[in-house]
Design a protein around this ligand. Sequence first.
Ligand code: NAD
Length: 287
Amino acid sequence: FITSQETARHEGLPARVPTGKGPYADRFGGRLVLVTGAASGIGRATAFAFAEAGARIVAVDRDAEGAVRTAELARLTGARDAWAECCDVSDEQAMEKLAAKVAAEYGVVDVLVNNAGIGFSGSFMDTSTDDWRKVLDVNLWGVIHGCRTFGRQMAERGQGGHIVNTASAAAFQPTKALAAYATSKAGVLMLSECLRAELAGQGIGVSAICPGIVNTAITTSAGFAGVPEEEQRRLQEKTARLYGKRNYPPEKVAEAILRAVAEDRAVVPVAPEAHGMRFISRFAPRL
Ligand code: NAD
């Protein structure tokens, strides 16, 4: 028997998040937590964080193999149970099918983390219609589909719940190098605000998390690889000014998501230990 941490180290995967040992140990005992984009980066770390807190995990990703691996590791990390589902979040029908399947086989989701996303670099003028569609389809429509399908089930059940949407600091940091990406994330932020107001009376919390630059595949591979170096440096410096840190590991984002949900707060104010996470645009700085 090897621990997930050893497995993770062996495979070069992110190590598990230590938060489950703290105040949230078993806080989510048996709760059903669904994370999209769970095969990698922030999504995988978030699945591990909730697993450590005793949740049941549904790891969703279009990368089937990666999602299965996350589910396996989540079980080793302490999840009561964990399953993998292959789904493209931008496909409305597939998401509806998934929601029906999850409800029938595992139950209604208590915590939904709409995290799947793609990076894309390019100025407004240089971005083709197809690329605009691709980015908005995944980053914005993917979140809309998630909130609509799983959020509706939560509301109908009438026992509350939490939705956390992964936006980005790009949502309020204008940059000519990330026009489509930043626009999609600004949409996620406002969607979260509107939905929070709409669902507040039903005991469902809605948060948007706006990480700065996180060390994941999206920043190191195709995603932002096209952003000129000078612009990357400028963004990093902006992030560092705002958050006091240049890049931080996905586990820190996962920890912030877990804390927001565990403490039952839709809005988490900036705290030094949050390593630059800001929730909800109302607290966003003007640059
Ligand atoms: P990542 O590339 O490591 O993970 C993204 C995951 O989403 C991958 O597993 C990918 O297969 C999956 N995915 C992509 N499109 C999908 C689709 N259509 N359907 C289902 N799954 C899909 O990157 P990450 O940094 O962990 O990104 C997670 C989220 O965090 C994204 O929404 C991203 O925009 C956001 N974010 C990242 C950063 C950063 O600096 N890394 C900063 C702010 C926000």
